[in-house]
Design a binder for this molecule. Structure first.
Ligand code: NAD
Ligand code: TDX
Length: 331
């Protein structure tokens, strides 16, 4: 099997490539990635002799067509992925997440190629604190930010291409990922690298917002379960019962890094900040028999802290520019 991985130099895509090389030596991997500020070719260095890398844009119809015609499967991770950036400048989100997905769908339609679409639980909006409700595949779409609205748009394009054109596609909507190779703009790596730099971690607003954390390797094993055994046209929600509020996560990072757990600052809240996400992954577990391997957040977080400690050369070049961007936002 030959798979085209879009966004394979980003956080989850690079981990997907590592996972695939490790667990499926028979699969040939080609990566298409534009190497935006969020992409990092060095994330693929450990597997560079096993992967073909093309630098390019998923919105480039000719390039996408030329790559898609030679593969059996497209797994689509490429996106503009950061909510804060989407509030500042939504256009790259519309271009990559909507138009880029459109170009991929047209190419897989032309060439009859199987397609898996990687999306987010944020398409469902948010939930109240303390509400027993969790997102299911039946939850109505209700995105809050330009980022989540463009991801919702892309999901709906996929559904329409399945129904109207018979495209062989599946969709997954996953909760918040953590693990190695995540850009330092995101919550967990930002705080770890702040502590390593002697900067106090930054908590948005009151910090009562809840995210449902899953280790990136569990996300990727679920994506493969869906590719292997998922039903065409179906949506699968991916989550590992990992709800934590942001305040608890920051305090845990500080504790695990040997600091005083209250040594953080409250900063300006994110406009429209979603309160709580929570995934019911029952369909994935019962229908496809998937189970997460990282069930203790504390252990997964400890390993992630160790990774950032040991890989300063990977994250250091991003850090100054990222904090400068946050400085402008007052966060
Ligand atoms: P990321 O920002 O770390 O990586 C995105 C990658 O896409 C980068 O390598 C970037 O260079 C590439 N890219 C951006 N625009 C491109 C374009 N026009 N053409 C080609 N490549 C382009 O993102 P991530 O966190 O790895 O997220 C990957 C996917 O998973 C996204 O679709 C995101 O919506 C989804 N997702 C992420 C999370 C999470 O917690 N991070 C959770 C659920 C779903
Ligand atoms: O410095 C910070 N302080 C803080 O309190 C940052 C960067 C974030 N936060 C809060 C905001 C959120 O409640 O932490 C939480 C997580 O923030 P992000 O890492 O920006 O993630 P989120 O907005 O929840 O979106 C993530 O999960 C869903 C990914 O970035 C998306 O790509 C994915 O779709």
């Amino acid at each position: 099997m030959h798979v085209l991985v879009t966004g394979g130099a980003g956080f989850i895509g690079a981990n997907f490539v590592h996972h695939t090389v490790r667990t499926r030596p028979d699969v040939q991997v080609t990566v298409l990635d534009a190497l935006t500020y969020a992409g990092n070719e060095r994330s693929l260095s450990p597997v560079e002799d096993k992967v073909t890398f093309t630098k390019g844009d998923i919105a480039d119809a000719d390039l996408v067509d030329a790559l898609v015609k030679d593969v059996d499967l497209v797994v689509h991770f490429a996106a503009e992925s950061h909510n804060d950036n989407s509030l500042h400048d939504p256009w790259p989100f519309v271009r990559t997440n909507v138009i880029g997905t459109y170009q991929l769908l047209e190419a897989v339609r032309r060439h009859g190629v199987r397609y898996h679409h990687v999306s987010t639980d944020e398409v469902y909006g948010d939930l109240e604190l303390g509400d027993p409700t969790r997102f299911t595949p039946q939850t109505p779409y209700n995105p809050s930010s330009p980022y989540s609205a463009t991801k919702a748009s892309s999901d709906l394009l996929v559904r329409a291409w399945v129904r109207s054109f018979g495209v062989q596609a599946t969709i997954s909507n996953c909760s918040n990922n953590y693990g190695p190779y995540q850009h330092v703009e995101k919550f967990i790596p930002r705080q770890i690298t702040n502590v390593l730099d002697g900067i106090r971690p930054k908590l948005y607003g009151t910090g009562e917002n809840v995210r449902d954390w899953i280790h990136v390797d569990d996300h990727n094993s679920a994506v493969w379960a869906i590719i292997d055994r998922g039903r065409i046209g179906e949506t699968y929600l991916i989550g590992a019962d990992g709800e934590q509020d942001n305040k608890t996560v920051i305090e845990l990072i500080l504790e695990l890094m040997g600091q005083e757990p209250k040594a953080y600052d409250h900063v300006n809240d994110r406009p429209g900040h979603d309160l709580r996400y929570a995934i019911d992954a029952g369909k994935l577990r019962t229908e496809l028999g998937w189970e997460p391997r990282y069930t203790t957040f504390r252990d997964g977080l400890t390993a992630t802290i160790d990774w950032y400690r040991s890989n300063e050369a990977w994250w250091r070049p991003q850090k100054g520019e990222t904090e400068a961007r946050y400085g402008v936002l007052g966060r």
